[in-house]
Design a protein around this ligand. Structure first.
Ligand SMILES: C[S@@+](CC[C@H](N)C(=O)[O-])C[C@H]1O[C@@H](n2cnc3c(N)ncnc32)[C@H](O)[C@@H]1O
Length: 240
């Protein structure tokens, strides 16, 4: 049977856990910024969704010593990788699809860094996650904003090619945003860096570009934008 879209996403990330941990600098930074927005609470119950290799996990462990933390990801390999980093008794790990949470526990905080853009239905899934919050509980997240990779999407549009790269979505509760303009040595190196961290699954319904089309788009893009690619990151919080 062919793999489902979610199984492919999980497998792509899982296979790249080591390079992700080394190379995902933007995600590491956004985890740190998100942690600065988290409230002071004594020993909260926390659910983390899409832990990856544990950038945000590290931050919440530092901020909330003694908290009960359930750390989860869609990818079993990501969970296994992160498990080896954190061995404290108050931290549990599980494989979990954040859009179909397999827990009947409730939480003071649900946190997630750069994962909601992988959801099929981010808005309705955030609404469903609210049901896992205790009274007064809050979700804190980062995700890709709608200006992400805008230059690349312009290039593809100009050439009449499908733009399968993630566009992000407008999500509820936005409190902060940042646009990071990264100049890669070339567009090919940008695309390779996305693949190296396992984040190369195109948006639903979009095929991978064939080699000739991709090469042409890279040349035009480098001429037009000098290797610039925008990472638009939104930070949000949703209350119960
Ligand atoms: C860009 S990485 C972010 C990882 C981590 N939060 C960080 O701070 O670096 C996205 C992660 O989300 C996970 N993921 C994708 N879809 C998911 C889903 N539906 N539920 C839970 N995790 C998911 C992937 O396996 C991957 O580990």
């Amino acid at each position: 049977m062919p793999l489902t879209r979610k199984e492919i996403i999980a497998s792509n990330f899982g296979r790249c856990a080591q390079t992700y941990d080394r190379m995902a600098a933007i995600q590491r930074d956004s985890a740190e910024t998100l942690a600065e927005l988290l409230p002071d609470i004594e020993k909260p119950d926390i659910l983390e969704i899409g832990c990856g290799t544990g950038f945000l996990t590290q931050e919440i462990i530092r901020k909330y010593p003694g908290a009960n933390i359930l750390v989860t990801d869609l990818s079993p390999s990501m969970v296994e990788y992160t498990k080896t980093k954190f061995t404290q008794d108050n931290i549990r790990f599980d494989v979990m699809d954040g859009e179909n949470p397999n827990t009947d526990r409730t939480f003071d905080l649900i946190v997630s860094n750069m994962t909601f853009q992988w959801f099929e239905n981010p808005e309705s899934s955030i609404a469903a996650l609210k049901k896992l919050l205790k009274p007064g509980g809050q979700i804190f997240f980062t995700s890709l904003g709608t200006n992400s990779f805008i230059e690349w999407r312009r290039t593809l549009k100009k050439l009449g090619l499908p733009e399968g790269i993630s566009t992000g979505a407008v999500l509820p509760g936005q409190v902060h945003e940042e646009e990071r303009f990264i100049y890669y040595p070339s567009t090919l190196s940008f695309l390779r860096s996305v693949k190296a961290i396992g984040a190369h699954m195109p948006r639903e319904g979009y095929p991978q570009l064939n080699h000739a089309a991709l090469k042409k788009a890279c040349v035009i893009h480098d001429e037009t934008f000098d290797g610039r690619h925008t990472w638009h990151i939104v930070y949000g919080t949703v209350k119960n």
